[in-house]
Design a binder for this molecule. Sequence first.
Ligand code: NIG
Ligand code: FE
Length: 420
Amino acid sequence: MSRRPLLIRHASQLVTLKGSSDAPLTGKAMEALHIIEDGSVWIEEGIIQSVGTDREITEKYGSRLEEARVIDASGRLVTPGLVDPHTHLVFAGSRENEFEMRLKGATYMEIMNAGGGIHATTSATQKATHEQLYEESRRRLDLFLRHGVTTVEAKSGYGLTLEHELKQLEVARELNRNHPVDVVSTFMGAHAVPVAYRERPDDFVDRVIREMIPEVARRKLAEFNDVFCEKGVFTPEQSRRILEAGKEWGLLPKIHADEIEPYGGAELAAEVGAVSADHLLKASEQGIRAMAEKGVVAVLLPGTAFFLMAESADGRRMIDAGVPVALSTDCNPGSSPTVSMPLIMNLGCLKMGMTPAEVLTAATINAAHAIRRGHEIGSIEEGKKADLVLFDVSNYMSLQYAFGVNHVHTVIKGGEVVLS
Ligand code: NIG
Ligand code: FE
């Protein structure tokens, strides 16, 4: 790490999101971006030391200005590094054959029940060596970085046996160590009922609880425990058992909830004290109210709805009901093969009735809270990790407005320029 301070100067808009480290933002507060015009940031030892107008910062550090490496951000928007709180980063192979099947009318669930979908990726992932899996996933992580993402959450769930779940989580851990993008791991052994357990799904649930969760926890390979609670996959009762078992081993609950059918997933998330409930396309009014009361973050995935040609979750209604909303790519080979958080922000505006300010909050500080990192990342404030993105647009509204364009100019991770 370079010992010289880093000074970013003259951002046309510096989106700080200050004051949001303790809890995710809700309601009107999701639009309070706390923008500084002609903004500057002083960084040392990978940590943000001071944030203000260029005048304030240059006056404060006057005698030390010559020491610093300087990045001129004139004409550019500077935001916190984007955070993606829900990905299936580590997998092998691809499923473009299913795309055509879906375009001709097959549904996602039909394909999965016929042994494709998650099962197809599970076979490919089981067959891949650690090295192959690492290489495929590293390439994806490079692409995330190119789109301004500095932290991703990554789920297992394409192993579905202890051996292969551990392999996926070990790859994620190694990527976290070697790659500039931080990787936060989630165990998701309950991603699908393996074909061999189709007639006795509870036996698989028992294996997840007795065999996989304890070993993952003992090896400290994950912080979170997630389950696909959906009709035809895991019932709310099975999901509750899995999430409660994870809690006993210190794994914090997350849940894929109410994606395809209303199934009580949002209610269950509130009941077990989940950190987040994700998808929520079909969440009930009652479930949304319960999430708001318990402060469960709604991680919304409009790329998945777009790609599955479904109606998006109602982000507007959730924000108005006081639920903290975050956004994510859900990057995976079947229902959302994208790495672009900027595209997701655009879809948040167009498909979920969110404003440009709300989607930026949802992709930064609220996303950080969805993976319990609100104190470290997600805003540009003194004491936080110096993860920042410079975009080639002058204001935050243009970011989601000119869509399908990668506006990322420079990415700074832990005070180092990792992409320019
Ligand atoms: O979040 N819904 C379940 N899991 C993933 C899809 C995984 C896959 O299709 O490979 C999701 O959309
Ligand atoms: Fe997912």
